[in-house]
Design a protein around this ligand. Structure first.
Ligand code: PHE
Length: 362
């Protein structure tokens, strides 16, 4: 069957129309370069359909039509190439569209979490005066955070620690100190554990995660504490104050102040609570817009407890309280780092919401 003959000039004008249409379609940024390529140059495109018509054109006109076909093809290709270069975000599988002179895309830079940075800085400050960072369990027998610290079972003081208890997997053995397990609610579990190592003097800085059943603008159920313990002959409250002065000068700078308030802990005698003036309202409890500071109580924030180690605790750790004495303190890392000048956080929960826009600032 012979096909109907068509004139070369007809095919040429259809080709030129197709080219015009193609070039205007390339400007449509809602379509990807890949999609456009298929649409304009694929086997079902006008260009492909018209290219096939060459066989129906009289022989003497075919060469002329062929020249136009390749010109149209070239101009569509160039149009697509220009599109790919001006919208580099759109991918194309055809390597001819890769512009190697384009600047590369940098992967985002990571940085250490604010709390990690604080842990490193606190560790360095204490190491400079002879303390060593140690680690003790964060999931522990309740003997270490409670009974060993002079808080008998069912003692009401234990309720202050809002503790998470754990089911012990299997049956606990006969050791009366190893019956119940807890997520440690404070780093003080490290006190008797450190004494059990049997090496004196002790100058430890124990930094660990702590867990309590509390959540609001100044509490997260998981937080960090750093616990200092110094045990030697003739350790006095003067030593405790000297170590705090060193730490506060190094960490907060000269403008921040602390105060010691008499307090009660079962495991220290005498006991104190250490406060620092608020970093948001600088002790005034009022913000610039006249509102009351959300974070602090009347300009002061509690950093944590401290005191001279109770003789019962020393004895539980196998140390003779008639020969040795010591001091201990336990402060929250998150709170301590928020008190530092320049860090204006008014909700502690932001630290663990893992929003990169927040975390990148530190
Ligand atoms: N462990 C106490 C708390 O979490 C703080 C503390 C530590 C108090 C050491 C005295 C001595 O509140």
């Amino acid at each position: 069957m012979t096909e109907e003959i068509i004139s070369g000039s007809n095919v040429i004008s259809l080709l030129l129309l197709a080219q015009e249409e193609a070039l205007s379609l390339i400007k449509d940024t809602s379509k990807s370069v890949e999609e456009l390529k298929l649409l304009l140059m694929g086997s079902k495109s006008d260009l492909a359909r018209l290219t096939k018509q060459i066989s129906r054109v009289p022989k003497e006109e075919r060469q002329q039509v062929g020249v136009i076909v390749s010109q149209v093809k070239q101009s569509i290709e160039q149009g697509l190439e220009a599109r790919a270069a001006s919208h580099p975000g759109q991918k194309t599988k055809n390597t001819t569209f890769l512009d190697i002179t384009m600047p590369g895309e940098r992967p985002p830079n990571g940085n250490l979490h604010l709390v990690t940075q604080a842990i490193m800085e606190i560790t360095r400050i204490f190491e400079r005066i002879g303390f060593t960072r140690v680690r003790h369990p964060e999931v522990d027998w309740d003997w270490y955070p409670f009974e060993s610290l002079n808080m008998p079972t069912n003692h009401p003081a234990r309720d202050e620690w809002e503790t998470f208890f754990l089911e012990y997997p299997g049956k606990p053995g006969k050791d009366p100190h190893k019956q119940k397990m807890v997520l440690t609610p404070h780093t003080s579990n490290g006190q008797v554990r450190e004494m059990e190592k049997g090496e004196l003097p002790i100058r430890m800085i124990n930094i660990a995660k702590c867990y309590r059943r509390q959540i609001d603008v100044s509490h997260t159920p998981m937080f960090h504490q750093f616990e200092g313990l110094y045990v030697d002959r003739n350790v006095s409250i003067g030593n405790l104050k000297g170590v705090f002065d060193h730490f506060v000068k190094q960490f907060f700078g000269a403008s921040r102040v602390t105060r010691l308030r008499p307090f009660h802990f079962q495991f220290t005698e005498p006991s104190f609570e250490v406060d620092i003036n608020c970093g948001i309202c600088l002790g005034t409890s009022k913000l610039e817009d006249g509102s009351t500071c959300k974070l602090c109580k009347a300009g002061w924030l509690e950093l944590g407890g401290a005191g001279m180690v109770h003789p019962v605790v020393l004895r539980n750790g196998g140390i003779d309280p008639d020969v040795y004495s010591g001091f201990a303190f336990g402060w929250g890392i998150e709170r301590t780092s928020m008190m530092k000048s320049g860090t204006k956080l008014d909700d502690i929960r932001l630290l663990y919401s893992n929003d990169v826009r927040f975390l990148q600032q530190f």
